[in-house]
Design a protein around this ligand. Structure first.
Ligand SMILES: Cc1cc2nc3c(=O)[nH]c(=O)nc-3n(C[C@H](O)[C@H](O)[C@H](O)COP(=O)(O)OP(=O)(O)OC[C@H]3O[C@@H](n4cnc5c(N)ncnc54)[C@H](O)[C@@H]3O)c2cc1C
Length: 480
């Protein structure tokens, strides 16, 4: 690889969402198909690799490319067509979920699958095939896509749907931006009759009840999500609080026109009407140590002892994390990572009991735990199972980095032994051995064969791709 010809003004450092990884890259912005292709031609001429980047909200190295080009696609952010009669929308890949819901909600529609933040882009969401709190019901975002067009690094443009170029449809979606660039995406929105959801919140005393209750809630609710107290141990291991939510039916709530307005959904600019949201993470920082988190978790659990039913706007229910901008900075200089495992329903309780116990034993408890119910899907690099996911957020410090690394390798083994899978948008340590273990050699062979077809010069590469699809080595990459 040579970087001699690259202009200095493109050189910069980029980080993952959790600020635990850093890469020196050449950043290029592309705002249309011609500009994307020009970057590919430039990269080929200069012997460089290109990684694609949406909003950069992946927790790991998915949108980083050390020593190479990162192509930022946030400038391709136009809504190309919106039909409020049918709920079909066509948009460029840099359109954020925020722009998407703000476009469709006033007409009585909602994006059927959203991430826990509205800052992500459609291209990034398809690249990882994101899931929402309704994965058990509607599947992933890919299942809502009617058609997309993509530019391949060869300069060829392809249109794909479940029935047209189906092999590319099911592999570009989930393909981590390694097969081609989404340039326009057509999706079906979900009809809603109110801007509000009916929410039922209640505590669960331990891990068994936690997962049983998620499974029991799923059939009759549109969404379910659990908060898990990662610091509780003994009888309370896995305790937490569930939020199950339902759409309101037509006429069920008297003010649909009002609640469907964007202004009714907007998250408040101040906490308690006083503190600007932008400074809240500074107040959180002192609590981001083991005893502080234990205290906050216990307070949250006991405050939730009274079961409650209430109405909540779609935006507030889905994008709770956006209430506190830059909350991840509260983790301090070493940043944070997320470890999310997807485990079949038959083995999840035992696997996570072991994970949580191990994290306590090692003195490295997670600071946040979130549980969801999932179903399998047909996409090539799928992370889903007929079971549950547990996302654990960990603080990284220079003192704990190596021990964390070792513990997460033990986690990987426990999850793999339980028949679980991992998500390429989240985990920072998945090794080639682990990936081939859960995806299977056949899937990896198919992915690499498709990559040879769509990207014959092997221009598309990211730090994640090299880490996970590099040679099986037995050596694991460090977290930094
Ligand atoms: C607070 C928070 C909450 C989250 N909640 C959830 C959740 O509930 N469910 C969930 O599934 N995920 C969740 N995520 C993860 C997030 O949704 C994914 O990482 C998503 O991919 C980020 O989108 P992005 O636009 O930031 O993409 P980036 O992180 O920039 O890129 C993601 C991948 O997409 C590829 N890519 C980007 N643009 C294109 C394009 N145009 N064509 C092809 N490939 C492209 C990139 O190369 C990369 O591999 C959450 C993340 C955060 C920070």
């Amino acid at each position: 690889m040579t970087t001699a010809a690259l202009p200095d003004e493109h050189f910069t450092y980029l980080e993952n969402f959790g600020h635990s990884l850093r890469a020196a890259v050449y950043l290029y912005k592309a705002a249309n198909i011609e500009e994307i292709y020009a970057v590919f031609k430039f990269a080929r001429k200069n012997g460089l690799k290109v990684a694609l980047r949406g909003a950069g909200r992946s927790y790991n190295d998915a949108a980083l490319n050390s020593g190479g080009i990162v192509m930022d696609l946030t400038g391709m952010n136009k809504i190309l067509a919106w039909n409020p009669e049918t709920g079909l929308i066509t948009a460029e890949p840099g359109v954020t979920l925020e722009k998407l819901w703000k476009t469709v909600l006033p007409d009585g529609w909602w994006p059927p699958v959203v991430s826990g933040t509205m800052t992500t882009t459609l291209g990034g969401c398809l690249g990882m095939n994101i899931h929402g709190k309704n994965n058990f019901k509607l599947g992933t975002i890919g299942e809502q896509v009617v058609e997309f067009t993509a530019l391949l690094p060869t300069g060829a443009q392809v249109t794909c749907s479940p029935t047209l170029n189906g092999d590319l449809f099911y592999s570009l979606i989930s393909g981590m931006g390694m097969l081609g660039v989404f340039t326009s995406i057509t999706m079906q929105m979900k009809k809603v009759y109110s801007g509000m959801l009916k929410v039922h919140a209640f505590n669960v005393p331990d891990l068994d009840r936690h997962l049983d209750a998620i499974a029991e809630c799923a059939p009759e609710n549109s969404y379910t999500v659990g908060w898990l107290d990662t610091t509780a141990s003994g009888k309370g291991l896995g305790r937490g609080q569930l939020h199950a939510a339902k759409y309101l039916g037509e006429g069920e709530y008297p003010l649909p026109a009002k609640t469907l307005q964007v202004s009714h959904q907007t998250l408040p600019a101040h906490l308690f009407g006083v503190f600007p949201k932008s400074i809240i993470h500074y107040f959180m920082s002192p609590f981001m140590i083991n005893p502080g988190v234990r205290l906050i978790n216990s307070a949250k659990y006991f405050a939730g002892m009274r079961e409650s039913h209430y109405l909540q706007s779609h935006a507030a229910f889905h994008f709770l994390l956006d209430y506190v901008p830059d909350w991840e900075k509260a983790y301090g200089r070493g940043g944070m990572i997320q470890y999310q495992s997807f485990v079949p329903k038959e083995t999840a309780k035992d696997a996570w009991r072991e994970l949580l116990t191990l994290s306590h034993k090692r003195g490295l408890p997670a600071f946040l735990g979130v549980t969801k119910r999932h179903r399998p899907d047909k996409f090539l690099l799928s992370h889903a199972v007929d079971g549950f996911s547990l996302a654990l957020d960990f603080k990284i410090t220079s003192g704990s980095r190596a021990r964390m690394q070792a513990m997460l390798q033990e986690f990987d083994q426990l999850v793999t032994d339980a028949g679980g899978r991992f998500y390429f948008a989240k985990n920072s340590e998945t090794s080639p051995e682990t990936a081939s273990g859960f995806l299977g050699e056949e899937t990896i062979k198919r992915f690499k064969a498709l990559k040879r077809r769509t990207d014959p010069y092997n221009l598309l590469e990211s730090d994640l791709y090299r880490r996970v699809f590099g040679k099986l080595s037995g050596n694991h990459r460090n977290l930094a």
